[in-house]
Design a binder for this molecule. Sequence first.
Ligand SMILES: Cc1cc2nc3c(=O)[nH]c(=O)nc-3n(C[C@H](O)[C@H](O)[C@H](O)COP(=O)(O)O)c2cc1C
Length: 315
Amino acid sequence: MKNFWKKLNKPILALAPMAGYTTSPFRQICKYHGADVVYSELASATALNFEGKKTLKFLEFDKSESPFIVQLFGNDPKYFCNAAKFVSEKVKPAGIDINMGCPAKKVFSNGSGAALMNDAEKAREIVKETLKGTSLPVSIKIRAKVGSVTAYKFIKKLNDLPIAAIMIHGRSLKQGFAGEINYEQIRKVKSLVDVPVLANGGINSPEDAKKMLSRTGADGIGIARGALTKPWLFSQTKQFLEKGEYQEFSLEEIKKAAIKHANMSYQSKGKHGIVEMRKYLLWYFRGFENAKEVRKELVQVESLRDIERVLKNII
Ligand SMILES: Cc1cc2nc3c(=O)[nH]c(=O)nc-3n(C[C@H](O)[C@H](O)[C@H](O)COP(=O)(O)O)c2cc1C
């Protein structure tokens, strides 16, 4: 088994998976700005068994994204072996991840995502089936707590399996996507396992990243929404961890970065890439004082020229 996780320098800076956002052009942008590893949006293991070709398109990636991880979700172990096999042969990513942390009703209510932390037996079966279907490293993404099950308790039940890495969103299921990070749980899991542990949740600045690493002792971090406002957060974090300071991006640099992203999106998806770009542009220019008016225009852009014109009006 080629395990890329073992070759990565620490701390590992990962782009965490985000449905609707961690598409190929966005992953390329994050890689360009210093991400060490990038995750796909979650993909259904069941769908891969029945409509694999359709899902294939959505999982395509560019070589520049490597190492790229495909994240699977599902509730039925029997679909994971084939899904992992199919992804390994057709998509050829560097690794496969299993979602055990998603709180979305559609996912959780049928026993997938975070619900798996309440059912360690099923979670074990899913990991085993996935491993049967692939020789790629298989990682998992979990939460700090689901009901009374802590990350530590859960990992203790899976610790004999050859899981290659663990990303922990340091919030409970109840907390959803806001609130304090449970550093303690991440630290406890880190002391229990020998594989890379990535700490995730609430990292929006290099200072947050440093705090997360020092409080948890984790081998790396996962950045999700922070990368939507600042894909360059990865390189800034590297600078900060190495030198104790980092370069802020000027407005002109932000505009340049957004235009680069738009170009990649267009190259990858044509006109649809521009439509897709609208939601990212809103993240890039969040919180800018005069951006209110501009935001109305950003959600209507139709071309690269349109984007350049609207961005000129942001001051
Ligand atoms: C829009 C959105 C989509 C997400 N989709 C996924 C997903 O597909 N798989 C997953 O494991 N986590 C998903 N997450 C959770 C993130 O990976 C991450 O754990 C969470 O946002 C906390 O990190 P942050 O505070 O850096 O945003 C998603 C989060 C957001 C905001």
